[in-house]
Write a new protein. Structure first.
Length: 570
């Protein structure tokens, strides 16, 4: 079995789904019914007697099964060979994986009859693949404090193959890489466009075709302008046709017709002086979604040349994000070095590509990375009308040291207004009589700095005034109609007063006295309301004594204009 750093998919047998294996020595997972060894032991209850041992007593030997698993042809130990022991009376099997020399040990067993399964699988890092024919061993017995030895020689499985031919426009293509399960096993087409992938275990595979890569300073790009594809002519793995491989046989005719790709090109310059930036990494990322709605992030990258120009090719027809990464990569004396002297920038908007055409003019203008955090050179400014419902705007301000991002926060009397983090703010009723400002925070890799704008005072309008528009009396009830005028709603109370003489002789004087109930009101601006005041007993007597002449009264209170009126009894 080949050890790989990255495994995309373990090949599965065509008619079964392999269960995941437990790590060596673990007790999880079903027993493997390949070769089996029965280990006979005594039946019945075992009495355990606790014995107090002296401190110098020897350690109790382990109860275990051990042995060696070797290749039947080469006689070499099989590194990672999986062995499982199952108690005949039932229970979960215990497993182990052989060392580089093929030796294994399954420890921690209890006395009894066991079956040992040499599964034919080879495991590395939790990934197991069937590499050998499983083998059945004889039944053995495990006794307490003893290690039972069981060895096995395993025969290597025959391998399968996938073959085909790669063309474009009917002509053969050389240098195209064909891979089973992306990068599990690969082969490269010859001058006639033919390839054969060997060393495949029995199972089903997804075959992937793409031009070989060429790398410069650790940045790799497809060497030819052909769109990568899955068998059969599919751009996404989820829609690809799988290829069934049988041991010792070749799945032939797995062909591909490659399409010429689209391209994205442009130029990258220094934002400060418009000079070209060479050896800068530029990448395109696809924005297509699969059938589950998740975005597919295929990535192709390249480096700018000495004139700051770049071309990314082998692109299918769709939309792309273009990332000017800020990394500059160079190669000297066979060694690669990448630094990050420029601030990362994404091209504004999605770049549309239609293969085999080139979308050009996708340019970048980058700022240099600085070791100092941003500093404010001109404070942000708040502008706009201060009336409720009007929209205020906050400018960015001016900064040094190349900020890469800005955040906004709106303040009411210096305190943050919850949820208001946009560049604009709509004046609310709660702002009346307060001061509104904004705070802008500029950030770069070295840190963040905030700056606060000017403050706009949001005036609180004077309360409205209620005007008496009509008065009616019936019995002891006085009906008064008010209309709200001014700049805001009216709120207050009204009452009914009259003047009476008090004292004697030359010492008599007029004094006001309330002759009705006091009633409160709240009226919206421009609206009217009708209130009812009830005369007191004194009020009724004064009204009766006034006769046809009528009683002079004053409608007054808070938040209301004063109106004099003559009440006449009806």
């Amino acid at each position: 079995m080949r050890r790989v750093t990255e495994v995309f998919r373990a090949p599965q047998a065509p008619d079964e789904q392999r269960e995941p294996h437990a790590p060596a020595g673990a007790g999880a997972g079903p027993p493997h019914r390949g070769a089996r060894v029965r280990i006979l032991g005594a039946l019945g209850a075992v009495a355990l007697v606790a014995v107090l041992l002296p401190a110098t007593a020897a350690a109790i030997p382990p109860t275990a099964i051990s042995g060696k698993v070797t290749n039947a042809k080469t006689k070499a130990g099989i590194d990672g060979a999986r062995v499982c022991a199952t108690l005949e009376s039932g229970g979960t099997p215990k497993c182990a994986e052989a060392s580089a020399s093929g030796e294994y040990e399954i420890a921690g067993l209890v006395e009894g009859e066991y079956e040992v399964d040499f599964t034919g699988e080879v495991c590395f890092g939790g990934f197991c693949e069937t590499e050998y024919v499983s083998k059945t061993a004889t039944e053995v017995e495990v006794e307490t404090g003893k290690t039972t030895t069981v060895n096995a020689e395993l025969t290597e499985l025959e391998r399968g193959r996938i073959s085909g031919r790669v063309t474009s426009g009917g002509s053969p293509l050389s240098g195209i890489e064909a891979c089973a399960d992306v990068y599990f096993e690969c082969a490269t087409t010859n001058s006639n466009g033919e390839y054969t992938i060997t060393g495949l275990s029995q199972g089903s595979y997804i075959v992937y075709f793409r031009p070989k890569e060429e790398c410069k300073a650790d940045i790799c790009q497809l060497a030819a302008n052909y769109i990568p594809q899955y068998y059969n002519g599919q751009l996404m793995e989820e829609s690809a046709n799988s290829v069934k491989v049988e041991a010792g046989k070749t799945a032939s005719g797995i062909n591909a017709e490659m399409q010429v790709g689209g391209q994205i090109s442009g130029k990258v310059t220094n934002a400060a002086n418009s000079q070209a930036i060479a050896n800068l990494e530029v990448c395109s990322l696809t924005t297509a979604a699969n059938k589950e709605g998740e975005r597919e992030f295929g990535e192709e990258c390249t480096l700018t040349n000495s004139s700051g120009e770049y071309t990314i090719h082998a692109l299918s027809t769709q939309g792309y994000e273009v990332d000017f990464t800020g990394y500059v990569c160079t190669e000297s004396n066979g060694k690669s070095k990448c630094t990050h002297p420029w601030v990362t920038q994404y091209y504004p908007g999605i770049v549309s590509v239609t293969a085999p055409n080139t979308t050009s003019g996708i340019n970048g203008s980058l700022l240099e990375v600085t070791t100092s955090k941003p500093g404010s050179t001109a404070a942000p400014a708040v502008t706009g009308s201060t009336t409720v419902g009007s929209v205020l705007s906050c400018s960015q301000g001016s900064w040094n040291n190349n900020p890469v991002s800005y955040t906004y926060k709106w303040l009411r009397n210096g305190s943050a207004i919850e949820g208001q983090t946009a560049t604009t703010y709509t004046v609310q009723s709660a702002d009346l009589g307060t001061g509104i400002s904004c705070e802008v925070t500029a950030s770069n890799a070295a840190g963040s700095t905030g700056a606060t704008s000017n403050t706009l005072a949001i005036p609180k309008p004077a309360p409205g005034v209620a005007v008496v528009t009509a008065v009616h009396i019936k019995g002891a009830t006085l009906t008064v109609t008010l209309r709200c005028t001014g700049a805001s709603a009216c709120k207050g109370s009204i009452k009914l007063l009259t003047y009476v003489l008090s004292g004697r002789g030359k010492h008599k004087h007029r004094r006001s006295t309330a002759i009705g109930t006091t009633v409160g009101f709240t009226i919206s601006l421009g609206a009217s309301a009708t209130l009812r005041l009830h005369l007191t007993g004194q009020g009724l007597r004064l009204l009766s004594h006034a006769g046809r002449k009528g009683l002079q009264v004053q409608i007054t209170g808070t938040g209301v204009t004063v109106r004099k009126y003559v009440l006449k009894k009806k």
